[in-house]
Design a protein around this ligand. Structure first.
Ligand code: AMP
Length: 410
């Protein structure tokens, strides 16, 4: 039997209400904050991501689904959305039409990671990007938006972690400091970290290796070496979060995997989903647009993993219960009336949800089916009532019945 590819999964009809509920809450929150939806293609030219996300990142280095199409163009299934949003912004000159573009998306993403609970190869994210302003108010707004969505979904067991990576010049100075600190400890680092020492030194803070972690415990911290401008920006973000009532922790080791971040980075981390606990991550990226195009457009955004959030909702027992319902079930008393039932169902379906029996089931079995489908009303067609031009309408909530002229339904 052919099965779904490892790391991908089907979302079956009984799960769809949970997805629809989440998507509705996301769309409503985005609307409240005036973010407009954008949809971009599932695949892009590979160089968009290698240039945008950075060669030294895990995503570009080892996780992308990349292939040559029939015309030998290197194509990649999108592993994240920011680079695509920026491409679309530049391609359609949205930045020239609006000084500030506030955009959101809900979309599948693809990464060839080792599948485990909460980690898939095709997964879904919702997220937001605000392009065109360096105001710390937007950094705070992004965090507040992500926070509010999780709250509106009913989650409470999560923390907001924030950090600042500062402007590039202070980060470069700091990287040199870090290199200096590590220079006589290089041989004690894991192989992976030795590589990252050269390519992406900040990521050493993310290492899962115990010995690496011990060494990094005493490393100098970027937040202690920020320039005044970066500190001021960070201070304003914190003040605004406080005034918005968003509880947060400053985590000086939160560096995030991508090259393009400047100033604020943040994560919303769940306490209820096991090791893959990051529900949402984001930050400011004032350099990315310049990296991808000619124009200098500052940006800030976040992305949240839908599968993980749904898992957190299940584990926190806050998933709303959805009871299946239809408006009408039509019970056919005699099989000769099938055509009549078909006609009436199609009339009613202009405004109501309607189901009937497509096989030759008994009246009893049809009633059972009406109950199973959560029919609010059952329309019984046949018998002596039908001969008198009437049908019986049964209200399933209280069991009451009335006769109505069949003309009303024709
Ligand atoms: P990132 O773009 O890596 O910061 O990811 C943003 C969010 O997407 C994470 O916080 C996760 O919730 C989710 N996510 C990332 N990678 C995966 C994956 N492989 N499977 C499921 N969710 C993921």
């Amino acid at each position: 039997m052919i099965k779904a590819i490892t790391g991908t999964k089907d979302i079956l009809p009984n799960e769809i209400p949970n997805w629809n509920n989440l998507e509705d809450i996301v769309c409503n929150a985005m609307k409240a904050f005036n973010y407009k939806e954008i949809r971009t293609p599932i695949f892009e030219e590979t160089r968009l991501f290698s240039r945008g996300i950075g060669e030294a990142t895990d995503i570009v280095g080892k996780e992308m689904y990349t292939f040559l199409d029939r015309s030998e163009t290197s194509i990649t299934l999108k592993p994240e959305m920011t680079a695509s949003v920026v491409r679309a912004l530049l391609e359609h000159s949205l930045d020239k039409q609006n000084q500030l573009n506030k955009l959101f998306y809900i979309s599948p993403m693809f990464r060839q990671e080792r599948p485990q609970a909460g980690r898939f190869r095709q997964f879904n994210q919702f997220g937001a990007e605000a392009l065109g302003s360096i105001s710390p108010a937007l950094d705070a707004e992004m965090i507040l938006l992500a926070y509010q969505i999780l709250k509106r979904l009913g989650l409470s067991n999560f923390v907001v972690k924030i950090n600042s990576l500062g402007v590039p010049s202070s980060r470069e100075n700091y990287k040199n400091l870090l290199k200096e600190y590590l220079s006589d400890k290089l041989n004690d680092l894991s192989e992976e970290s030795q590589k990252r020492y050269e390519t992406n030194i900040l990521r050493l803070f993310d290492s899962k290796d115990r010995d690496d972690q011990k060494i990094m415990e005493h490393a100098p911290l970027l937040i202690e070496h920020l320039d005044d401008e970066s500190l001021e920006h960070f201070e304003e973000v914190k003040q605004m979060l406080l005034s918005a009532g968003v509880p947060f922790e400053v985590d000086p080791k939160l560096v995030r995997g991508l090259d393009y971040y400047t100033h604020t980075t943040f994560e919303l981390v769940s306490g209820s989903v096991g090791s893959q606990s990051a529900l949402c991550g984001g930050g400011r990226y004032d350099l990315l647009v310049k990296q991808l195009g000619e124009r200098d457009v500052p940006g800030v955004g976040f992305a949240a993993g839908i599968e993980r959030i749904l898992l957190a909702m299940e584990n926190e027992k806050v998933m709303p219960e959805f009871i299946p319902q239809i408006d009408y079930y039509i019970v056919r008393l005699e099989k000769e009336l099938s055509k009549k039932v078909f006609e009436i169902a199609n009339n009613l379906r202009k405004e109501k949800s309607v189901e009937f029996d497509y096989t030759q089931r008994s009246v009893k079995a049809q009633m059972r089916e009406a109950n199973r489908l959560g029919a609010k009303k059952v329309l019984m067609i046949g018998g002596s009532e039908y001969e008198r031009g009437m049908v019986v309408l049964k209200n399933m909530s209280d069991g009451s019945q009335e006769e109505i002229a069949i003309k009303e339904f024709e």
